[in-house]
Design a protein around this ligand. Structure first.
Ligand SMILES: CC(=O)CC(=O)SCCNC(=O)CCNC(=O)[C@H](O)C(C)(C)COP(=O)(O)OP(=O)(O)OC[C@H]1O[C@@H](n2cnc3c(N)ncnc32)[C@H](O)[C@@H]1OP(=O)(O)O
Ligand SMILES: NC(=O)C1=CN([C@@H]2O[C@H](COP(=O)(O)OP(=O)(O)OC[C@H]3O[C@@H](n4cnc5c(N)ncnc54)[C@H](O)[C@@H]3O)[C@@H](O)[C@H]2O)C=CC1
Length: 281
């Protein structure tokens, strides 16, 4: 199966790695040599961790790296059987890319989106093949997280849904079938929790370290809400809160003003080196 991953950010490199680790050839579509180079660096770092831990042979790491080829041209996606779009959480951007992919990709190709919260039906409406458009939602960090939410839009066919469930399982993930709804299952619970953690911090109820420690020890979460926001990317968290707020029209999903302020200051978390915590050492 020929896989094409469009987008080289936090999630794109993890998804490319996962497919290559499962033995697939992957075409990674980036916007610049620099972004592609950064993605390969992240993949190399992740695979090296696995080699260091004795979970992977060095030769296997080289073979995985070799299976990931780069491109900057959508045209090169034309032979792909499955394209996974992993770009910014913005409907206009996704619509534009799906329109482009629809014109280039062979008619039987499945076009999947890794969107965190947006309507699959609305993304599919930009194409002439809505029955082949589906949500394939991976979790961060992709190599470590087992779940993939598989989301059918209004017009997604059962056949495409079943195929994508099988593909997710084949690459070592556990797929869960989810009906289309803003934020699906996990993010409708998780991101308002991050937003609430930010509110608690802004209210001065506790320091950021204390808030995170409290949720780690008091709820057995692997990381606290502020560290998690930094891992996800605060721009992504804000985009998800905006979708929940706008789609449901419910004030309980209001993005906290401090979240907005952090994004406006480009303090996005790990990807910019600083968010609630400083990663620049
Ligand atoms: C926004 C969305 O749309 C959806 C989302 O993704 S929401 C975010 C969902 N993700 C989460 O909630 C993540 C919560 N955090 C965690 O599960 C864990 O903290 C974590 C897996 C990220 C890291 O685990 P940790 O125990 O805190 O740290 P650490 O000891 O460094 O890592 C644990 C293991 O994972 C490995 N690891 C971590 N990241 C890795 C990566 N990217 N690649 C390879 N290995 C990695 C480490 O090497 C380590 O391996 P060993 O257990 O063999 O020693
Ligand atoms: N960060 C996370 O924890 C998770 C994010 N997601 C979703 O995955 C998608 C990507 O998120 P991240 O990788 O975190 O984002 P990121 O900010 O790390 O990377 C975004 C990528 O999109 C590209 N991009 C931005 N604007 C573009 C445009 N106009 N045209 C083409 N490419 C463009 C960038 O070059 C970059 O490769 C989003 O839909 C997000 O909601 C899903 C699961 C988890």
């Amino acid at each position: 199966m020929k896989i094409c991953v469009v987008g080289t950010g936090t999630m794109g490199n993890g998804i490319a790695q996962t497919f290559a680790q499962a033995g697939h050839d992957v075409l990674l579509k980036g916007r610049s040599e620099a972004s592609l180079g950064k993605a390969h660096k992240a993949i190399e770092k992740s695979l090296s961790k696995l080699v260091e831990k004795g979970k992977m042979e060095a030769a296997e790491k080289d073979a995985i790296n070799a299976r990931i080829k780069d491109t900057m041209a959508y045209e090169d996606c034309k032979d792909a059987d499955l394209v996974i779009e992993v770009v910014a959480e913005d409907m206009a951007t996704k619509n534009e890319i799906f329109k482009t992919l629809d014109a280039i990709c062979k008619p039987e190709a499945i076009l999947a989106t890794n969107t965190s919260s947006l309507s699959i039906t609305e993304i599919a409406a930009a194409t002439s093949r809505p029955e082949k458009v589906i949500g394939m939602h991976f979790f961060n960090p992709v190599p470590m997280m087992k779940l993939v939410e598989v989301i059918k839009g209004q017009l997604t066919s059962q056949e495409v849904h079943d195929k994508v469930m099988a593909i997710a399982a084949e690459v070592g993930k556990t797929p869960v079938s989810v009906n289309e709804a803003p934020g699906f299952v996990v993010n409708r619970i998780l991101i308002p929790m991050v937003n609430e953690g930010i509110g608690i911090y802004a209210d001065g109820v506790a320091t950021k370290e204390e808030i995170d420690e409290a949720m780690k020890l008091g709820a057995n979460h692997p990381m606290g809400p502020l560290a998690l926001g930094d891992l996800i990317g605060l721009d992504v968290c804000l985009a998800i809160m905006e979708v929940l707020y706008n789609e449901f029209g419910d004030s309980k999903y209001r993005p906290h003003p401090l979240l907005r302020k952090m994004v406006r200051a480009n303090l996005l978390g790990r990807k910019t080196g600083i968010g609630f915590y400083d990663y620049r050492k």
